[in-house]
Design a protein around this ligand. Structure first.
Ligand code: 13P
Length: 251
């Protein structure tokens, strides 16, 4: 279902003390009228944070899951294991996983499959690197990511997902996409989903933006017709910055 979402992707940052402090500050100010707030900590602390959090308005997710269902895969964490501790969301296809851990569109399709089968909602990330943007081939690039990973799934499954458009050149660089660039790509993704499935499915899917989203540019980005919120990296580590972004999305 389409809704306003602000999600914190902490990546490999914050220890349990810092995370608990963050949760105390953010948790105290996220309430019923807020947009949907998701937090993606490292695996090791998700359960502790879920136990600590007394409220109902922050939902926890995982940053990754294995593409295998179970078995002899040392160091991996399965979608079923995540679901068994009450996790509802999992990020799949982040550009850092694609780049540093060689995750291919095909492997990501397998991850989506096990995640959906386990009842998790994928936050599927897509987005082009700088070179592709410089060649003005970003739409072809993202279309291929959608076709090779997303479009094997049913319309009903896609309608429930969150898609995050994260241009690689904007991640952690301080150089966000302009509102126009974000809107153009979000509208394109929705158009492709409408073409593959239906206008109705396209209207239901939430498409959020990620890449140097901060309190001072969130309003401009979230005001775009097809931008349903943000997946926040760096600025999510600071409770006040993250709260400021939530405030913008909740207006
Ligand atoms: P930054 O907000 O640090 O650019 O990171 C975005 C991101 O990768 C969220 O998944």
């Amino acid at each position: 279902m389409r809704r306003k979402i602000v999600a914190a992707n902490w990546k490999m940052n914050l220890d349990i003390i810092e995370a608990a402090e963050w949760l105390g500050e953010v948790g105290a100010q996220v309430h019923e009228g807020s947009c949907e707030v998701l937090v993606f900590p490292s695996f090791v602390m998700i359960t502790d944070l879920m136990d600590m959090y007394q409220g109902e308005h922050i939902v926890f997710g995982a940053q990754n899951c294995s593409h295998k269902e179970s078995g002899a895969y040392t160091g991996e964490v399965s979608a079923t294991q995540l679901a068994s501790i009450g996790i509802e969301y999992v990020i799949i296809g982040h550009s850092e996983r694609r780049e540093y851990f060689s995750e291919t569109n095909e492997m990501l399709r397998e991850k989506m499959e096990v995640a959906i089968k386990s009842g998790l909602t994928p936050v599927f990330c897509c987005g082009e690197p700088l070179q592709v943007r410089n060649e003005n081939k970003q739409k072809e690039f993202v279309k291929q990511q959608l076709e090779e990973t997303l479009f094997g799934f049913s319309g009903a499954a896609v309608a429930e997902m969150i898609i995050a458009y994260e241009p690689v050149w904007a991640i952690g660089t301080g150089l966000n996409a302009t509102a126009q660039q974000a809107q153009e790509m979000h509208a394109f993704i929705r158009h492709e989903i409408a073409g593959k499935y239906s206008l109705d499915i396209a209207a239901q899917v939430s498409i959020i933006y990620g890449g140097s989203c901060k309190p001072d540019n969130a309003k401009e980005l979230f005001n775009c017709a097809d931008v349903d919120g943000g997946l926040i990296g760096g600025a999510s580590l600071n409770a006040n910055d993250f709260l400021a972004i939530i405030k913008v999305a909740s207006l």
